[in-house]
Design a protein around this ligand. Structure first.
Ligand code: MTE
Ligand code: LUZ
Ligand code: MOS
Length: 749
């Protein structure tokens, strides 16, 4: 079913913050940010900026009426730096002016003196100095120390994965409008309206009910607006409060790239031991996460790295320890996969290295260790209705893995300077927020007297199609046309205490809440219908395609008439419902529990061609067998799969974030930071929708799709490596992503 919002997007009619109505007299803010990565502010002179044309106010930390604190999980992040500078790009002052141009012109007139210190940019260096965000976490299963003795081969190594710029099309921003009686209305491009509300309350020192956050849609978030949209909303709200005028703050692309955090780079050590028959007997890993200057979501991301340390494999003895290392970079943050991809890259590197030592294809090791029914994850959850082997088997057969491998080997034997490579990437991704309390949602459904309906939930539309899915839930429960249903903005006054739309759980959580609200209204409507039709038993009433049925027989009563008459009888046509994922729990003391409602599985073949003279490559084909449960919208889900795959391939290949030793971003423009475009995209992406016959906790059994496909992109790295090995078999002792053209070339020569 087509997403009805798409027609707005392609005609340029969908609105983002900058398109929304700005009240008369709206002022514009720009941010003065730290020019160095580490140091102490000695002097800050804003006089010249204050008298710059059009400037209304220059706002500093001391002007904050509440607490100068935006840290969500850990209170370690100031909104505006006052003394210490912790990263280049850290906000120090807000200039508010009549226009955005005047505000930015004034920025250059601010003078700052800093006692500069040497920054730390490397996570291992931070670890050596003891600079951690939180104590390390360790997940383990079995006993690795005993298991090493039983292994026939053991390899050790290092794996490193880089940062990843979100590059949402719509930059970070917010529009804050002071209202009557101290109320503040904030239009924000955020995945977490409640986080914005809560943090603005803290900054302004007012209760949450005085703040209304409204989100129409985001021009992409990808995790970059799960927590980090809050800062810009706070800066706009603070300015609006002080100036007593509406204030708009929208970052420019270069500002956004410089000031905001990205996917966490990781540097990791691994050790893996196998038996002769390719069973992985033991695995150890230590992850050094580059958190940046403050916690942000790093601790939760660190945790998810551990949850996905063994990807789709059963490893009876494992021990993995993760360190969140504080450095002088912008605080890194959520990005599609949320630490999972970083963990998976390490186990895949370990398998690749073991395969090299054993002289086998990594595919053989992967296949020999896939999770089986009733296997235990390292965190204690047991595999139920697992699909690791089923998706692998389908992939192998459907896309003729064996003959593809042979064709590629033949091609490589016949070609000297062009080589093809192939890799398989299985995925297993846990669905639910790992912080159990976040797995709840609310929905408010109104059926209007004309038979149309409006839904408010905590779900934020960011291109992933969650609004369409919410409309489908309502349409399906009432059995009415999707065209009758409107999804309202995500608004904290209509839906309170929302979890961010993240963890791929937006459709599940809000979908179930919407389902429950609709079921409550439907029960009243059936009673009412029995009454109107003068039938004895409401249980025999159904609605099918907008017609009321009794005992399976169509009646004269339509949906619209039923609704109209029910209203006249003074019966409520509205419902509010709450949903909390049942049964999940996790104990951080023992690091065991059942944190996920279910897992999503799949397997992909990635095929590539490498030019061994130039180091350039092309991803030819990605073939996927993915476990969708029972997709409720194949077009939306296919879009998510394709987008995730290309984004994941970009992270693993093209996209390289470089900070120099002084903590300055060297890749802060679109000419220095290369993202996938249509020429880069694989010639072919085939996604087979595998239906899963087992019921699951997803809404209508339609499994979460937002993040999992990104991890197929990891196969791109190993496919290129496979081709490079065909050219130079003795290559590579270290696994470093992204596999840029430059790196590919250096590996070969
Ligand atoms: N798809 C689009 N088009 N834009 C986005 O910003 N974010 C991704 C994914 N797909 C994103 C997207 C991320 S990081 C998540 S967690 C999920 O969508 C969130 O939405 P869901 O919970 O409704 O799947
Ligand atoms: N956000 C979060 C997430 O707060 N907890 C999670 O477990 C998570 N997982 C994926 C993406 N965002
Ligand atoms: Mo997605 S990283 O959970 O916003």
């Amino acid at each position: 079913m087509k997403n009805t919002e798409t027609s707005l997007h392609v005609r340029g009619l969908s609105q983002f913050i900058d398109d929304r109505h700005t009240p008369e007299g709206t002022l514009h803010a720009a941010i003065f940010d730290a020019p160095v990565a580490c140091g102490k502010i000695i002097k800050l002179d804003c006089e010249a900026a204050k008298s710059s044309p059009g400037v209304v106010e220059v706002i500093l930390a001391k002007d904050i009426p509440g607490e100068n604190q935006v840290g969500n999980i850990i209170a370690d992040e100031v909104l505006l730096a006052e003394n210490e500078i912790e990263f280049m790009g850290q906000p120090i002052a807000i200039v508010v002016a009549n226009s955005a141009r005047e505000a930015r012109t004034a920025l250059s007139k601010i003078k700052i003196e800093i006692n500069e210190k040497t920054p730390v940019t490397d996570p291992r260096e931070a670890a050596a100095k003891g600079h951690f965000i939180c104590p390390p976490r360790t997940f383990s299963l079995g006993n690795t120390n005993e298991a090493w003795a039983k292994c026939d081969i053991i390899v050790e190594g290092i794996a490193e994965s880089g940062g990843h710029e979100h590059l949402y099309l719509e930059m970070q921003g917010a529009l804050a409008t002071p209202k009557e009686n101290g109320k503040m209305e904030i239009i924000s491009s955020t995945q977490g309206p409640t986080s914005v509300q809560k943090t603005v309350a803290r900054i302004l020192n007012i209760p949450m009910h005085k703040i209304e956050v409204d989100v129409l849609r985001l021009g992409g978030g990808f995790g970059g607006k799960e927590d980090q949209a809050t800062i810009w909303a706070c800066l706009a709200a603070l300015s609006a409060q002080i100036c007593e005028k509406p204030v708009k703050l929208i970052l420019r692309r270069h500002e956004d790239m410089r000031m905001t955090g990205k996917r966490h780079p990781y540097s990791s050590d691994f050790k893996i031991g196998l038996s002769k028959d390719l069973k992985i007997l033991a695995y150890e890993a230590q992850y050094y996460q580059n958190a940046g200057a403050s916690a942000d979501l790093s601790t939760a991301i660190l945790e998810r790295t551990l949850f996905h340390a063994t990807n789709s494999y059963f490893i009876p003895n494992m021990q993995a320890t993760a360190f969140s290392c504080r450095t002088n970079l912008p605080p890194n943050t959520a990005f599609r996969g949320f630490g999972g991809p970083q963990g998976m890259f390490v186990i895949e590197s370990a398998i690749a290295k073991a395969a090299e030592k054993l002289g086998v294809d990594p595919i053989q090791i992967q296949k020999a260790n896939l999770l089986d029914e009733d296997d235990s994850f390292p965190y204690g959850q047991i595999v139920k209705n697992g699909r690791a082997k089923a998706t692998w088997g389908d992939m192998e057969k459907r896309y003729e893995l064996e003959s593809r491998r042979k064709q590629i080997d033949k091609f490589n034997a016949e070609n000297r300077m062009v080589k093809k490579g192939l890799a398989v990437m299985p995925i297993c991704f846990g669905i639910s927020f790992t912080a159990t309390f976040l797995n709840q949602a609310n929905a408010l459904v109104h059926v209007y007297m004309d038979g149309s309906a409006g839904i408010s939930t905590g779900a934020v539309e960011m291109g992933q199609g969650v609004n369409m899915k919410m409309r489908q839930v309502v349409a399906s429960i009432f059995s009415i046309d999707v065209g009758r249903i409107h999804t309202e903005t995500t608004n904290t006054s209509r839906t309170a205490n929302t979890s961010p739309t993240a963890a791929s759980a937006g459709a599940d959580l809000n979908g179930h809440a919407t389902r429950i609200a609709c079921e409550n209204i439907l029960a009243r409507l059936r009673e009412s219908a029995a009454n109107i039709l003068d039938k004895p038993d409401a249980a025999n009433i159904t609605i099918q395609n907008e017609t009321v049925f009794y005992d399976g027989q169509a009646t004269e009563l339509s949906w619209q008439d039923l609704v109209g008459q029910t209203y006249l009888k003074r019966i409520s046509l509205s419902a509010h419902a709450h949903y909390a994922t049942p049964e999940i729990y996790f104990d951080k003391e023992t690091e065991k529990g059942e944190p996920f409602a279910y897992h999503t599985f799949g397997a992909a073949i990635v095929e590539t061609t490498v030019d061994c003279l130039r180091g350039t490559y092309h991803i030819d084909k990605v073939d996927v067998s993915h476990d969708f449960g029972k997709s409720m919208n194949k077009l939306v889900d296919l879009g998510q799969a394709e987008g995730g795959i290309v984004q994941g391939l970009g992270w693993m290949t093209l996209e390289e974030i470089i900070y120099d030793k002084k903590g300055k971003l060297q890749t802060g423009t679109l000419s220095t930071y290369k993202v996938p475009d249509i020429y880069f995209a694989p010639d072919e992406i085939n996604v087979h929708f595998m239906e899963n016959p087992f019921p699951n906790a997803a809404i209508f059994n339609s499994k979460a799709i937002g993040e999992p496909p990104l991890m197929y992109g990891i196969g791109g790295y190993f496919a290129i490596l496979d081709a490079i090995k065909a050219f130079r078999p003795e290559v590579e002792k270290k696994y470093v992503a992204p596999m840029t053209n430059e790196r590919a070339l250096m590996l070969m020569y």
